[in-house]
Ligand binder design. Structure first.
Ligand SMILES: [Zn+2]
Length: 683
């Protein structure tokens, strides 16, 4: 209720502009800042408030004069008789020690160098700037950030100017349009950039670590195409002054669509071999689509979250269809339909209007509903409706009904039944979806038919599969067939799959759990040469297990291959090399040391998790591994933290390990011991 009272207050004032000055202090992990807000008053009020988490204020001025104010743990309220139809300026000087939202990484010992970056959605920008946790307050924010000139500072908007002294440089970024506070962002780190220009002349900046210059092309492949495609497809020009993409270490999500300034996980920085298994294209398109759906038009509240995630997911799929072809699109939809149907059948389906729905619902059911809406009203009406919706509500907040209203006008149709079926209902309409897929994709259709034939026909299953295999020349279909029915494949099919030269089909063979038949030994060995790190990793492991006499040969063949950004091939190789009798005995200790070393915070959480996993399963923790594990129990990523806590909990159950851990933690600082102390005390 308390916040409601305030929210009503806030309706009577409108914050227009903010000039923000901040200085991140690395040693204290703190922010020193000031902000000048300009706001208009629509009705007489005696106070205004801003969200401000744990902040200390050294000056509070209204129209440059000292004002009285009150600070709570989460807010600052400023008192004055604000008069109707007047504009005011509010100056706040403050310091903050953000517990979240701003992440200070490093030391210079990090491979990626020292980094400072923000994540506002779900974490609240009010931890580093007095601002508005409510998405409906949109402000034109101009950020000035001062830091060590050795680094790059990237923030929303257009870089207007620098000001530099010996030890401090100020980067001034200019925005021309308003946004919700959660979309404010900055990144500080060591970066170079690739500059592109879109078809319409808009600057696109792709940032990268200086050491990764050779990975720029595969990482950012298709960026210009994605940009031009989305701008055309959506039908409304990209709404901001420029577009920047910045990778950071140990990011909390795949990517975040801050206005004009997407931050994404550096686990997407890849070489061209990795491209086939893991690339940035989907995230690239998804975050870009949010620049319209989320940033230009923003949900009023969580009940309308479909308008963000469903749309970004849908437009990313359309983009992939453009780049990778129809098949890619329909197979992806096929996969998500299976997942959604499983949930729905188990009575765990969710309505898209439920603000507490899962990501699967908001993203995948959300995308499906747009596929089906377009199918129902046709391309022309769909595109017209989207364009009108964006134009009518630009820089404002929206509801699902606002959107449907525009679509109804464009299509001249009542979309009540659509809303009921797709948005309000928790059931996933699988029949409609299956019909749609069968009509639009012959290969997905054939796969659905195959499944049907296998369950209903009395014919020999192997014969049915053989027939479908021979009739299809579709790569994706064949890969699926291998994955799903590998136990029923005839030797002829296996042979033909190996001979297909398709990385995807051959990868499906590499990933099946079936024993390697001796007849196919040579074919399996050829998988070690495929241009896919997932194929290589799986083939190396399976060959090593199956043919002990040839282990040296397999290891020699894959020596020096690193793999995906999580070093999947290298980690496995180090483990196998250290376990293989008489293999490279002089280097064995070095291999083990390298593997044990990858649990260090110097490396990304993906690499660390891989190393912890292998060591836990097969080897023994060194003292340093245990210290690294304790470090990981307070990591800012909850998934990684949870993983590390699980491992540590298991160790603590063994008395001997427990005592060793207690011994090792002596002399560690308290922040790192936050988890382990509560754990030890609670038992
Ligand atoms: Zn998203």
């Amino acid at each position: 209720m308390f916040s409601n009272l305030h929210a009503q207050h806030q309706d009577k004032v409108d914050f227009i502009h903010a000039e923000v000055n901040i200085r991140p202090l690395v040693d204290q992990k703190a922010i020193e800042g000031s902000v000048v807000y300009r706001f208009k008053v629509f009705q007489n009020v005696d106070s205004v408030f801003l969200d401000a988490q744990d902040m200390k204020f050294s000056a509070v001025l209204v129209n440059h004069k000292k004002a009285s104010f009150k600070v709570s743990k989460t807010k600052i309220t400023v008192y004055k008789n604000f008069k109707k139809n007047r504009s005011y300026s509010l100056t706040l000087e403050y310091s903050a020690k953000p517990r979240q939202t701003v992440y200070f990484l490093g030391g210079d010992d990090l491979l990626s160098g020292r980094q400072i970056w923000t994540q506002g959605q779900g974490k609240y920008t009010s931890h580093w700037l007095p601002s508005f946790d409510d998405m409906t307050e949109k402000v034109e924010f101009d950020l000035n950030i001062s830091f060590n000139p050795k680094y790059e500072v990237i923030a929303n908007g257009k870089l207007r100017k620098y000001k530099e002294s010996d030890s401090l440089k100020t980067w001034s970024y200019d925005m021309q349009n308003p946004m919700s506070s959660y979309l404010l962002a900055f990144v500080i780190g060591q970066y170079d950039k690739q500059e592109l220009i879109s078809e319409n002349g808009l600057p696109i900046e792709n940032y990268f670590y200086p050491k990764d210059s050779l990975k720029v092309e595969p990482t950012y492949r298709y960026t210009k195409k994605i940009f031009d495609f989305l701008e055309n497809e959506i039908g409304k020009p990209y709404p901001w002054q420029n577009y920047k993409q910045i990778p950071v270490k140990d990011f909390l999500y795949a990517g975040m669509e801050n206005t004009g300034t997407t931050i994404f996980s550096d686990a997407f920085i890849i070489d061209s071999v990795a491209f086939i298994d893991k690339n940035y294209v989907n995230v690239n398109a998804h975050e870009l689509a949010h620049q319209w759906f989320g940033n230009l038009v923003t949900e009023k509240d969580g009940q309308h979250h479909w308008l963000h995630e469903g749309f970004a997911t849908y437009y990313a799929y359309l983009t992939e269809k453009e780049i990778f072809g129809d098949d890619y699109f329909y197979w992806k939809l096929f996969d998500t339909a299976q997942q959604l149907n499983e949930r729905s059948k188990a009575d765990k389906g969710e309505a898209l209007t439920d603000p507490k729905a899962s990501s699967l619902t908001f993203y995948e059911k959300g995308a499906w509903s747009l596929v089906m809406l377009r199918n129902e009203i046709g391309d022309v009406a769909f595109k017209k409706g989207i364009k009108n919706y964006l134009e009518k509500y630009q820089f404002q907040n929206v509801t699902i009904d606002d959107f449907l209203g525009e679509m109804e006008l464009a299509a001249n149709l009542n979309l009540g039944p659509f809303k009921q079926l797709w948005l309000s209902s928790s059931v996933f309409p699988i029949e409609k979806v299956t019909d749609y897929l069968s009509e639009n994709s012959s290969s997905v259709g054939a796969f659905i038919q195959l499944k049907w034939d296998l369950t209903t026909s009395l014919k020999n299953k192997k014969d049915i599969i053989d027939k479908y295999w021979k009739e299809s020349d579709n790569e994706e279909f064949k890969a699926r067939l291998v994955s799903k029915y590998h136990k029923q494949l005839s030797p002829d099919i296996i042979k033909s799959a190996f001979d297909s030269k398709s990385i995807k089909v051959r990868q499906a063979l590499a990933l099946t759990s079936a024993r390697i038949p001796t007849d196919f030994k040579m074919e399996y060995e050829s998988l070690l040469e495929d241009k896919s790190y997932i194929t290589m990793e799986s083939a190396l492991y399976r060959l090593w297990i199956s043919f002990p006499h040839d282990r040296h040969r397999y290891l020699d063949k894959t020596k020096g291959i690193i793999g995906l950004p999580n070093k999947n091939v290298r980690l496995l190789w180090l483990l196998l090399a250290s376990l293989t009798k008489d293999y490279d005995n002089d280097s064995k200790e070095g291999y083990l040391a390298e593997l044990h070393g990858y649990t260090s915070p110097r490396y990304s959480m993906e690499i660390r998790q891989g190393a912890f996993g292998l060591i836990t399963d097969v080897l023994h923790y060194t003292d340093q591994n245990i210290l690294d594990l304790i470090d990981a129990t307070t990591h800012h990523s909850w998934q990684f933290r949870k993983y590390a806590r699980g491992l540590l909990d298991n160790e603590l159950k063994v008395d001997q390990q427990r005592n060793r851990i207690i011994e090792l933690t002596k002399g560690l600082n308290d922040a790192k011991l936050r988890y382990i102390k509560t754990k030890l005390n609670s038992e």
